[in-house]
Write a protein that binds this ligand. Structure first.
Ligand code: ADP
Ligand code: GN1
Ligand code: MG
Length: 380
């Protein structure tokens, strides 16, 4: 191999050493991998002064977020705005700047790191603490989550111009994901297509119906708002008395409320884990769906118009389909996007979502009716 072609092995980056780049209060004591997010490498930093809550250090996934300066520009703007709007005593995600003033630091390998103040919160019970798990919400927490995600839209509804950067292009554009699916089936880079004939049919027979939000949006019938776009249930932190705050602000950008509503329902109202091995356990938890919807509309305080409300129940089906499809695409593509623990992990997640969608389809009249009755003010 010529010198030109030789790839030098990057030095292993020591996350603890990275901490010296940031303006920390006091001296760090330890650092351990933390949380169950699918995207970034996340560490919890504890300080020598035990009373200090510590920090979250993240190596940003640049395959998913290629433009970190713009990503962090969004997050600084959004957290600044939220801070001004949030009730005293409630936490807001806080970016810790690097010593050079930027909201991120670089390592010797070109990697991007960022640091947040650690927000003390109540973790799910020990039974639920395994990696990659999204615990089903329970009705109280579902209502809280709805209220918090709803208020989040209100709080950001007067974010001053300019518009936020689009951090992932076409993130919730179903045509983008279906297009990718077609390409992956054609190229079949891992030879996995033959193992998923039922899933291919499942995706295809529903594809046309899933364009509804996109089409309404294009026709100018849905307002674009600043939305969170990753309203997975574990992106809300809870304290002993209820919800504390929204985290994971990487995808806050213009979108439709349907994406937030639907993504939250598919994660909170799944009676089983996102990667549940026993598909018989996967069903829609209707009580959780209802409490989430109730909280969401209460949090939004009448902001949504009739057209938006009319498609909320559908949005739960759309996002269950879309997230399932994204997992399936990643399975076909060799598991390059979502973190996985084992071979077939993404396929398992896709199957769980497709099963959940089937249950939503069976019960869609009940879901639709609940939302319209709720919106009509007949349910307090
Ligand atoms: P990902 O995009 O990989 O999901 P997140 O930003 O959601 O990354 O962080 C992963 C996990 O780290 C969260 O689910 C949460 O458990 C924890 N976490 C993130 N930020 C904070 C914070 N500021 N305080 C406490 N825990 C946090
Ligand atoms: C990812 O980042 P995290 O783990 O909260 C993903 C979401 C998916 C979710 C599926 C930026 O969420 O879109 O719905 O996994 N985030 C990104 O669990 O792709
Ligand atoms: Mg997350």
């Amino acid at each position: 191999m010529s010198d030109k072609k030789r790839v030098s092995h990057p030095a292993v980056v020591d996350p603890f050493a990275l901490l010296t780049h940031f303006e920390l209060e006091g001296r760090p004591a330890s650092l351990l991998p933390y949380g169950s997010g699918h995207i970034h490498e996340t560490f919890r930093v504890r300080m020598r002064a035990a009373a200090h809550p510590g920090y979250i250090l993240q190596r940003v996934n640049t395959r998913v977020f290629p433009d970190v300066p713009r990503l962090m520009e969004n997050i600084v703007r959004v957290t600044g705005h939220l801070r001004a709007k949030t009730r005293r005593g409630l936490p807001v995600l806080t970016v810790i700047p690097a010593r050079d003033g930027r909201p991120y630091a670089r390592d010797g390998n070109g990697g991007f790191w960022r640091c947040y103040r650690f927000i003390a919160h109540r973790e799910p019970g020990a039974r639920l603490r395994s990696r990659h798990l999204v615990p089903s919400a329970g009705t109280f927490r579902a209502g809280e989550a709805g209220r918090i995600f709803g208020s989040f839209i209100i709080q950001l509804s007067d974010l001053p111009a300019p518009p936020l950067h689009e951090t992932i292009r076409g993130f919730h554009d179903i045509e983008v994901h279906l297009g990718r699916f077609g390409n992956l089936l054609h190229d079949d880079p891992m030879g996995r297509r033959k193992g998923i004939p039922a899933e291919v049919d499942f995706v295809r027979v529903r594809a046309a119906a899933m364009g509804r939000i996109r089409d309404l949006g294009r026709a100018g019938r849905l307002p674009r708002r600043v939305t969170h776009n990753d309203t997975k249930f574990n992106n809300i932190l809870f304290g002993p008395r209820g919800g504390l705050c929204v985290i994971d602000l990487d995808t806050v950008m213009p979108g439709y409320v349907h994406y937030d509503f639907g993504d939250a329902v598919r994660s909170a109202a799944n009676s089983a884990r996102e990667d549940e091995p026993d598909l018989h356990r996967v069903r829609l938890d209707m009580a959780v769906f209802q409490e989430f919807a109730r909280g969401y509309l209460a949090g939004l305080r009448g902001l949504l118009n009739a057209e938006e409300i009319a498609h909320l129940a559908f949005a739960a089906r759309l996002m269950t389909y879309m997230v399932g499809l994204r997992f399936l695409n990643d399975h076909l593509d060799g598991d390059r996007y979502f973190k996985v623990d084992r071979p077939g992990h993404n396929l398992r997640r896709a199957r769980v979502h497709f099963r959940l969608l089937e249950d939503m389809e069976r019960r869609c009249a009940e879901m639709e009716e609940f939302v319209s009755t709720l919106a009509a003010g007949l349910i307090s």
